[in-house]
Design a protein around this ligand. Sequence first.
Ligand code: UDP
Ligand code: MG
Length: 330
Amino acid sequence: MKMEPILPFAERTCPRLSVVVPCFNEEAVLLMLEARLAAACREQVGEDYEIVLVNDGSTDRTWPLICVLAERNPRVLGVDLSRNHGHQLAVTAGLQVCRGDLIMMIDADLQDPPELLGAMIAKIDAGADVVYGQRVARHGESRFKRGTASLFYKLLNRLSEQDIPVDTGDFRLMTRRVVDQLNAMPERYRFIRGMVSWIGFEQVALPYERAPRAAGETHYPLRRMVRLALDAITSFSTVPLRMASHLGMLTGLAGFAMLSWAIWRWFEEGTIIGWTSTIAVMLIMGSIQLIILGVFGDYLGRLYIESKGRPLFIVREVRSQSRAAQRGAI
Ligand code: UDP
Ligand code: MG
């Protein structure tokens, strides 16, 4: 069977600006989002924009709503993924579909103000390739979330050779050459903000205050945050793999010290230290070995999954007023 390229949009023209929005169960904010985004875009680039709304396998009325929006506004393009692929892959899908010279990524929940678009474009005009929003304040986020986020960025920057700016999300404006590079990166464990900073070119921060969610609930409970953190660390660092030798040396030294102490006591007092200490050492050694094996296993597992080379996402349907786009994609 001949393989069709995923989204042949040759017929579509390339707008000046594309906005990519991943949407997972966002029915409560979609209308507001489209209104505010469209207004912000219109103010900056007139009608020369497109909004790509990616439905990431929502279980509520998000997709029908996106279809309505696409019908109403010719600048809206809806992309329906076959199932929930996760935030980073939904964004990836949007980035592959969009055609703009400038590309903005923004969450659907309006925590990041679309009105910053003007300031971002100004920085691009001044020579930047990436303008990332940097949160100076995060309203409506728990202390726990802020604390863990800051700890995570510290750890990540410690472990990885790549400097990843702290307190940034995926809210950013990028030039076409950055997005083309991003699209050419095939890995499936994607930590997009890290990948963008790896790409290089001129990257500048735009400080802003992060608002609370406009409506709905966060889809990043602790479990998902941990998963994203693991993706980030294993994609950008091999330090954990090397942890084995360091830990091994450390426990080796400790074992040697204990052994010397036991021999010394044997000579001095004629007593052999009982089995408690033996068991303790065995437990410590055993657990360290298991931890290290786990770290190896994690990297190995990722290698295995990457090696399959499966597509990153699967598109069920694309909706827009342009018929050519529709036919091409299905
Ligand atoms: N999202 C997605 N797929 C998912 C989870 C989230 O596309 O599996 C989208 C979601 O609709 C939102 C963005 O990713 O636009 C960020 O999610 P959320 O606001 O829940 O995360 P938080 O801001 O709390 O970290
Ligand atoms: Mg959010």
